[in-house]
Design a protein. Structure first.
Length: 271
C-alpha cells in the first residue's frame, strides 16, 4: 500500500522535501498532498509537480499517513487546532520547525500523537540533504523507521537527542547559507582575476562540492586535507595564511554562535 504524505505549508523547505521524495521514487506525485495559504504555491505544486493541492488542512490530516507541518513556528498552534480533531490516531506528525520542542508540540494536541521532530536542510532538493530526527514519546520504532526512510530517500539522516538541536541547526540546517556566501566570495575573486561570472561560478561551486566530497569519502580530517593542498611557499598557503591572519575561523564560529543564540531565543519564546 502506497504511503500518503501531506504537507501543511509549502515554502522552500517543504518544496525541497517534496521534490526529494518524488525524485527518489519514494512516493508518486499523486500520493503527495499539499496545502498553503498562498494560492500560487498550491498552483505550483499542482502544475509543476503533479501534487494533490486542492485539499484543505483538515482533509489532508484525514488522508495522510505522514503529515509534515511546514509553517512558521508561531503558526503551529493555530494550524494544529484547525485539523487535530480530523487526524487519524495512527498518523505520524512531522515537525520541521526550529524552536518548538517535542514537549511543546505534544501539548498542542488533546490526545497522544505520534510526533517526530526533524531538522532538514534545503540540499534535500538535489538529493543530498542532511536531516536530524528526534522521536517523540508516542512514536513507535516503526514510525521512526518510516520517517527515517522518507528523509534518507534524499540524503543522510541521523537520530539525535533533542539537546543537540541547536548544534544541528548551526552546522547543518542553516549552514548552506554560509557556504553560499563563501561560494559567492570565490566567484567575485575569480571575476577579479578575469573570469566571467558563469565560469567563476562553475569553478568555485565544483571546488566546494569536491572538497566536501573528499571529507565524506576519504574519512580524513579536514585539517589534513587542507594541509595536503598547501605546498610550502606555494599559492594556497598564502591564501590560508591570509584567512588565518584575519580570523576566518573566529568569524565562522561566532556566526554559528549567533545562529545558536537565536535558536535558543526562539525556543524560549515558543515553548
Amino acid at each position: 500500500m502506497a504511503i500518503k504524505i501531506g504537507f501543511i505549508g509549502y515554502g522552500n523547505m517543504a518544496q525541497a522535501i517534496a521534490k526529494g521524495i518524488v525524485d527518489a521514487g519514494f512516493v508518486k506525485p499523486s500520493d503527495v498532498f499539499v496545502t498553503d495559504v498562498n494560492l500560487e504555491k498550491k498552483k505550483l505544486a499542482r502544475l509543476k509537480m503533479g501534487f494533490m493541492s486542492t485539499y484543505t488542512a483538515k482533509q489532508i490530516a484525514w488522508t495522510a499517513d505522514v503529515l509534515i507541518i511546514a509553517v512558521k513556528p508561531h503558526q503551529y498552534r493555530e494550524v494544529i487546532n484547525d485539523f487535530k480533531k480530523k487526524m487519524h490516531k495512527d498518523t505520524i506528525v512531522v515537525s520541521i520547525a526550529a524552536g518548538l520542542t517535542i514537549k511543546t508540540l505534544e501539548s498542542y494536541f488533546d490526545k497522544p500523537v505520534k510526533i517526530v521532530r526533524t531538522m532538514p536542510n534545503t540540499p534535500a532538493m538535489v538529493g543530498v540533504g542532511m536531516t536530524a530526527i528526534i522521536p517523540g514519546s508516542n512514536a513507535a520504532a516503526a514510525d521512526i523507521e518510516l520517517v527515517q526512510s522518507i528523509f534518507a530517500s534524499f540524503g543522510k539522516v541521523e537520530v539525535i537527542d533533542e539537546s543537540l538541536i541547536d548544534a544541528v541547526i548551526v552546522t547543518s540546517g542553516s549552514s548552506p547559507a554560509y557556504v553560499y556566501m563563501m561560494i559567492e566570495a570565490m566567484i567575485a575573486g575569480g571575476m577579479n582575476e578575469g573570469m566571467s561570472r558563469y565560469m567563476a561560478t562553475r569553478f568555485a561551486s565544483q571546488a566546494v562540492y569536491g572538497a566536501a566530497k573528499m571529507v565524506i569519502e576519504t574519512g580524513m580530517d579536514p585539517i589534513d586535507l587542507r594541509d595536503a593542498v598547501c605546498s610550502p611557499n606555494g599559492t594556497t598557503i598564502e591564501a590560508v595564511k591570509y584567512l588565518n591572519d584575519n580570523n576566518f575561523d573566529f568569524i565562522v564560529k561566532n556566526a554559528m554562535k549567533a545562529c545558536a543564540n537565536r535558536s535558543k531565543e526562539m525556543s524560549e519564546s515558543t515553548n
